[in-house]
Ligand binder design. Structure first.
Ligand code: NAP
Length: 367
């Protein structure tokens, strides 16, 4: 049941960079969502964020108590990837809706368990693919669907950042490394641009002497049906860049920035056909407010969100295949599969970007 103001009441689970710097300020930009609780392992955050946003604060040990409190309709889960199932599954089982950060989990088994819990309970599950509500991304997908570059043939992308050694991303293995963390973006983008699922993946990974737990740099090639390919390189040990090219039979799309968010970041793209290039610049929007507004709208109107559990699991099976391709050095076949739902213009949200507040015991992963 929503609050008496007709708004969906969220609990934030895990108060790190993305919760404090993007989700929490973003909620304030929506008209249909508010926060009522915070769940964190840090007593200082419980006090400071509880006071700042007027939230009831809980420890992780009190999670079930929070779910049963009657104070929340939905949780936003932004813990490290290997702690997603631990909070998503019991919430869904308790009938609480879940907005779950990407990647969905740190194993296919966990992702499928989360999806099964959503199906069994009827509570809604959305994977927090913020770009599914972002105007520039939606415009590009529409342009490709409308045949602006002819038949898409290949996609190539570079996405990197210099991850700090004190960030949780530097301390674990593959599942906190660049492939699940950053690869989720080109994988998800090309699946939606091609409107298809890959049938084979290959990967090559390299390590530097920086001492990261995962490989620093990974290059991936994915084969699709109908003669299509996608390749991308990801790195935790190189300067910031996020871009892609999508090349078709009649033209090409270049997007840069392609996956980012925040101050001054408008997803921008150019369509080139022959000697003509057309520039498209989307507005800077609050992508986190936008995805939250969309999810709350789905809850209030009893609609299944488009980036649902199936969308998350389709990315997860690719992330698992890449892990195996790195381990074995061999190409990995994927079972042919199709998805009926894809990003649509009704998902677009254009909320004004909120200011980033001061952090309490949190930091950006890079820069
Ligand atoms: N959609 C996006 O654009 C986007 C961007 C960045 C990250 N993400 C996703 O959001 C999630 C969190 O990323 P982040 O960048 O916010 O990470 P982060 O800054 O390291 O924060 C993660 C938070 O999780 C909590 N936590 C619980 N168990 C932990 C453990 N064992 N180790 C470390 N932290 C633990 C901590 O919060 P407490 O101190 O409050 O307990 C920590 O501050 C990841 O799944 C990531 O993929 C999404």
């Amino acid at each position: 049941m929503p609050s008496i103001e007709g708004k969906i009441r969220y609990a934030v689970v895990g108060a790190g960079w993305i919760s404090q710097g993007a989700f929490m300020p973003g909620v304030g930009q929506t008209t249909n969502s508010l926060m009522t609780a915070i769940v964190t392992g840090d007593p200082e955050k419980r006090h400071a964020l509880g006071v700042k946003y007027g939230l009831t604060a809980y420890s992780y040990e009190e999670y079930d108590k929070m779910l049963a409190s009657g104070e929340v309709d939905a949780v936003y889960v932004a813990t490290p990837n290997d702690r997603h199932r631990e909070f998503a599954e019991p919430a869904l089982q308790a009938g609480i809706h879940v907005l779950l950060e990407k990647p969905m989990a740190a194993s296919l088994e966990d992702a499928e368990a989360i999806e099964a819990a959503a199906k069994a309970s009827g509570a809604k599950l959305m994977i927090a693919y913020r770009l599914h509500c972002e105007p520039g991304t939606i415009a590009m997908i529409e342009a490709v669907r409308n045949g602006e570059i002819g038949t898409p043939r290949y996609f190539t992308s570079t996405f990197s950042q210099m991850v700090k050694m004190n960030n949780h991303r530097a301390k674990g293995g593959y599942w906190v490394g660049p492939v699940p963390d950053m690869g989720a973006y080109p994988i998800n983008a090309v699946r939606n641009l091609f409107q298809a699922e890959p049938v084979e993946v290959m990967a090559l990974a390299s390590k530097t002497d920086r001492g990261l737990g995962a490989d620093d740099t990974v290059s991936v090639i994915m084969r699709f049906t109908e003669g299509r390919q996608a390749s991308f390189t990801l790195s935790y040990s190189a300067t910031d860049i996020d871009r892609f090219h999508l090349v078709g039979t009649d033209g090409l799309i270049e997007a840069m920035p392609a996956f980012g968010f925040g101050e001054g970041t408008a997803i921008s793209y150019r369509v080139t056909k022959g000697s003509e290039t057309e520039e498209h610049r989307a507005p800077v929007v609050d992508q986190f407010g936008g995805e939250t507004d969309y999810f709350s709208d789905c809850i209030l109107n009893d609609r299944d969100p488009e980036p649902n559990g199936e969308e998350g699991v389709l990315d997860m099976r690719i992330l698992v295949a890449i892990e195996k391709a790195i381990e074995t050095g061999m190409p990995q076949k994927l079972e042919p599969i199709s998805r009926q739902r894809r990003i649509g213009p009704d998902q677009e949200r254009k909320l004004e970007l909120a200011a980033v507040p001061d952090f309490v015991n949190a930091d950006t992963p890079a820069g």
